[in-house]
Ligand binder design. Structure first.
Ligand code: SF4
Length: 231
């Protein structure tokens, strides 16, 4: 598919000097627990079908998660929480994902990120975000025909979604819709079908370990997204 072609081009991207250096340094030094593994160390493409109705937008791959396994959220604590919840609401075929070739399938759902390379401290710069937005634009072009809901994990994804949707012809109300867990707004445009934007707290350990985001809160917001997407 075109999406596969885009992903093949994406993994060769070296546009952000700082992130290229970091993703490779992490891949070469490794974490002790994974020292026998070969890290991916490249941009991490999105996962899930090209005709998804639901797009989940995170932040960026984790240094020892996606940057190690080559797949978004696979092999890290955030992913453990996310895949368990996706499975609970019927959007995946299995509740865990630990390796690139573990048989995971997503139903009706594509997961991607506004920044495709692992950043130091999980903090991309504004310049890196804007550089990687070209890839998000390209991905949105391919997903737009079926996409009905964009669900963002965290405020960074929310802001990135508003920017990219605006650039694709959806009108963003003023004042801008505010991010929050369960926040929901329908966006309209002249030549595009309505899209529902939904917010969820990010599945980071900072949120899940502290109970700011519980598994049931995540399942509820995913169920909300399914309903809005007509899945
Ligand atoms: Fe390329 Fe995006 Fe990675 Fe920057 S973050 S190097 S734009 S894939």
């Amino acid at each position: 598919t075109d999406l596969a072609a885009m992903d093949s081009a994406l993994v060769q991207c070296r546009a952000c000097t700082r992130l290229v250096a970091w993703r490779e340094e992490v891949a070469n030094t490794k974490r002790a627990a994974y020292r026998d593994e070969t890290y991916w160390g490249l941009p991490v493409p999105g996962i899930g079908p090209a005709d998804a109705e639901l797009l989940i937008l995170g932040l960026a791959p984790a240094a020892h998660g996606g940057n190690r396994t080559g797949r978004m959220f696979t092999g890290d604590r955030s992913g453990d929480v996310l895949f368990a919840a996706l499975y609970a609401v019927g959007l995946t075929n299995q509740p865990t994902s630990t390796a690139h070739d573990d048989g995971l399938q997503l139903y009706h759902t594509r997961i991607t990120a506004p920044v495709h390379c692992a950043p130091p401290d999980n903090k991309p710069t504004v310049e890196e975000r804007d550089t990687c937005a070209d890839w998000l634009h390209a991905e949105l072009d391919l997903l737009a025909p079926t996409m009905r809901v964009v669900m963002t994990l965290g405020g960074f994804g929310w802001a990135a979604a508003l920017r990219v949707l605006r650039d694709h012809g959806w009108r963003i109300p003023r004042p801008q819709p505010r991010f929050g867990h369960g926040a929901q707004v329908v966006l309209y445009g002249d030549h595009v079908p309505p899209v529902t934007l939904i917010g969820s707290y990010h599945v980071s350990q900072q949120n899940t370990f502290t109970g700011r985001l519980t598994p049931s809160m995540l399942e509820e917001v995913l169920a909300q997204a399914k309903t809005a997407a007509g899945i």
